[in-house]
Write a protein that binds this ligand. Structure first.
Ligand code: NAD
Length: 265
């Protein structure tokens, strides 16, 4: 219309005003998600075991004018997870989003897995998720709701060779996610998990480097995905953002596969 002022186009930040806690937020999928969340307006609490990696993650976020803090946490230690939640609340007053993402890999068949190795994988990959939910949910209830995203894996849905303890831990995360989703749906808390295929992160780089023929391993990992390549951490972060944001407001108890068609075969 002639003479009318053109409207100012405000950028819509998808997590504006939200507070997000991300475990394993110093590397790979967790770091890519922390950076994306901060760009989308969230205040981010990054938790992992390594202070140096924590500093690096904070620098990445702050260089993009994002807001974040680091809380050194071992997610397999219940007391430390309690402190993580308390510290997040002390600093930012609420928790809207919890991304239970910290995890470790173990590439062994059942007959070669020691009890100590099994316990370590379960303590971090499963109990870490359990503790995060246990201590964040009471505050989310008081706050009127929240969104929890747990990192499982396609290995928690279908079989892969030499991943006995890892697959068991991730399958348990899929089941736990559904269970908690049902218990707290009426409290406006949504709980979903992601099931990535092979994603280019330091975890996978370590796996490739340890293999007898790294170049051949890389080629095979690309090839098993119908899309013809392994995924990027940013591609997973985009899916986590969707589950974290209000755009997924009718989705709970879901396991979102992000695997370039790997498990569709
Ligand atoms: P990564 O090794 O790059 O990052 C793992 C993060 O978890 C790091 O920040 C590490 O410090 C943290 N962490 C490990 N143990 C911890 C503990 N006890 N307490 C606190 N933090 C701890 O790996 P990634 O590939 O980004 O993996 C992230 C998650 O995604 C894991 O749960 C992993 O099992 C899962 N996943 C990865 C892939 C993949 O191909 N990369 C596929 C499916 C699922």
């Amino acid at each position: 219309m002639a003479g009318a002022k053109s409207p100012v186009r405000e950028e819509k930040l998808r997590l504006k005003g939200k507070v997000a806690v991300i475990t394993g937020g110093t590397s790979g999928i967790g770091l890519a998600t922390a950076i994306l969340f901060a760009k989308e307006g969230a205040k981010v609490v990054i938790a992992s075991r390594d202070n140096e990696a924590g500093k690096f993650a904070l620098e990445q976020i702050k260089s993009n004018n994002g807001e974040a803090i680091f809380v050194k946490t071992d997610v397999s230690n219940e007391e430390e997870v309690k402190v993580l939640i308390a510290e997040s609340l002390r600093r930012y007053k609420k928790i809207d989003i919890l991304f239970n993402n910290a995890g470790i890999e173990l590439q062994k068949p059942v007959t070669e897995t020691s009890n100590e190795e099994l316990a370590k994988v379960i303590d971090i990959n499963l109990k870490g998720v359990f503790y995060g939910c246990k201590y964040a949910i009471p505050y989310m209830i008081r706050n009127g709701g929240g969104s929890i995203i747990n990192t499982a894996s396609v290995a928690g849905l279908v079989g892969f060779s030499n991943l006995a303890a890892y697959s068991a831990s991730k399958g348990a995360v899929v089941a736990l996610t559904k269970q908690i989703a049902i218990d707290y749906a009426k409290k406006n808390i949504r709980v979903n998990c992601i099931c990535p295929g092979v994603i280019a992160t330091p975890m996978v780089e370590r796996f490739i480097a340890k293999s007898p023929n790294p170049e051949e391993t890389r080629r095979q990992l690309n090839e098993i995905h119908p899309i013809g390549r392994i995924g990027k951490a940013e591609e997973v972060a985009n899916a986590v953002l969707f589950l974290a944001s209000d755009e997924s407001s009718f989705i709970t108890g879901h396991s979102l596969v992000i695997d370039g068609g790997l498990s569709a075969q």
